[in-house]
Write a protein that binds this ligand. Structure first.
Ligand SMILES: C[S@@+](CC[C@H](N)C(=O)[O-])C[C@H]1O[C@@H](n2cnc3c(N)ncnc32)[C@H](O)[C@@H]1O
Length: 399
């Protein structure tokens, strides 16, 4: 397919400006639902019924707390980067089930907005049988990084009672920044891509359909010094600076500026009494200077999100909770406007898992302690056995 002898090497470019990101975008804008039906993009975990149920319960509790039982206003839910539509399907089913068991009519008032920046995906999901049975769904092509004022949702400022996303933030551009002593360095990348990929449209389309071609591209990395305060806005820098490890001379963090932009834009669409619930992979800081290779799914990149950075950025002016799943490598960020009238809560299902989380941690600590105790016990047993054998041997008559 591709002529491997005709490889074009690029110069080193800043990671987020490299061609990797245009390949990623090209992939999503062309592949449609095949990305999920082929198994290239995993989705079962985070869009499953049980995972979706937690978000629905959180929303229902929130709406009850805000008195939505006492009027008949519509309830608008926006999903960004909806992809396969699996989350939407499970969300609507879960809402119906909760409402039936709690004798509420929220499901009848629901307007669910399925959105994605890939038009092909939106067209295909609209026609797909899994969502056809729900008359209360509206479909929009919506790019969360676009200026909201000129986006397809420009007429929906402050309209949504709930805005959700799963595995969207990790798809957005970011930079990899390392701190060594008092200096900052940034990841640069050089790609070696076959010439035909750039010059031949047919080949490009074909290649993008082959799974994980992007991963196989030869890559070289470099770290270049940067003046962090100069090249990163002050507010972002203040939030990011707190993410480096204090007890290490060198550490690396992800500057999730795309995720930050997405959250800022989403907040414009959120109503005063609405909840933003975003779930994604978390990227904790790493010791040393680390290239922080992303994960590759299909021909897209997924770079875990620096949730601590987002938390630091918003915590002063917004109400925000960061929930860490005890089992899956998944964080959920729950956020609302500062003017939100009630106390922001985790909600019963997240609360329950949070408590289980404490139990899991205690059990883990116990196991660690036990492991040490077992080693000590083993050592004592071996010493005792040796002593016993030797002392018994000493008692034997000498012939
Ligand atoms: C990894 S998929 C996740 C899909 C789905 N939420 C799930 O959990 O299975 C990421 C989705 O985000 C969409 N996406 C990527 N960048 C976007 C952007 N800037 N605005 C809106 N959607 C975007 C992609 O088209 C894709 O459908």
């Amino acid at each position: 397919m591709l002529d491997k002898d005709r490889i074009q090497g690029s110069d080193f470019e800043r990671y987020d400006k490299s061609e990797l990101w245009s390949i990623h975008e090209l992939y999503f804008k062309n592949i449609g639902l095949k990305a999920w039906s082929s198994g290239a993009l995993p989705f079962a975990g985070v869009t499953s019924y049980s995972e979706t149920q937690k978000k629905v319960l959180l929303l229902v509790e929130n709406l009850k707390q805000l008195g939505y039982e006492n009027h008949n206003k519509p309830i608008k839910v926006l999903e960004i980067g909806a992809g396969s539509g699996e989350f939407a399907k499970n969300f609507i089913y879960a809402l119906e089930n909760f409402c039936h068991s709690l004798d509420l009519n929220f499901h009848e008032r629901l307007e669910y907005y399925v959105t994605d920046y890939a038009e092909t995906t939106i067209d295909e999901v609209r026609k797909h049988k899994k969502l056809k049975k729900f008359p209360n769904i509206k479909y929009f092509q919506f790019d969360v990084l676009m200026d909201t004022e000129s986006s397809s949702l420009r007429d929906f400022f402050g309209e949504f009672q709930c805005i959700c996303s799963t595995y969207l933030l990790d798809q957005l551009p970011n930079r990899v920044i390392a701190k060594s002593g008092n200096k900052y360095y940034e990841k640069y990348i050089k790609l070696c891509i076959e010439e035909d990929f750039r010059n031949n449209e047919e080949i490009r389309k074909k290649v993008l359909k082959s799974n994980k071609w992007i991963k196989k591209i030869k890559k070289k990395f470099d770290f270049r010094e940067l003046d962090l305060e100069d090249s990163i806005p002050k507010l972002d820098f203040d939030a990011l600076e707190k993410c480096f490890r204090v007890n290490k001379d060198e550490s690396t963090v992800i500057y999730s500026y795309g995720a930050l932009e997405a959250v800022k834009n989403s907040m414009k669409l959120l109503s005063e009494d609405g909840l933003l619930i975003f779930s994604d992979f978390n990227a904790a800081s790493r010791p040393g200077v680390d290239v922080y290779e992303p994960c590759y799914y299909g021909n897209s990149l997924a770079q875990p999100v620096n949730f601590s950075f987002l938390y630091n950025y918003f915590a002063e002016n917004q109400k925000i909770i960061l929930f860490e799943d005890p089992i899956k490598p998944l964080h959920t960020m729950i956020m609302c406007h500062h003017s939100y009238k009630s106390q922001l809560m985790l909600g019963a299902s997240y609360e329950k898992i949070f408590k289980q989380n404490i139990a899991v941690r205690v059990i883990f600590r116990l196991l660690v302690e036990l492991k040490f105790s077992i080693y000590i016990l083993l050592l004592v047993s071996v010493l005792y056995a040796a002593y016993y054998i030797l002392s018994e041997a000493a008692k034997l008559p000498l012939y």
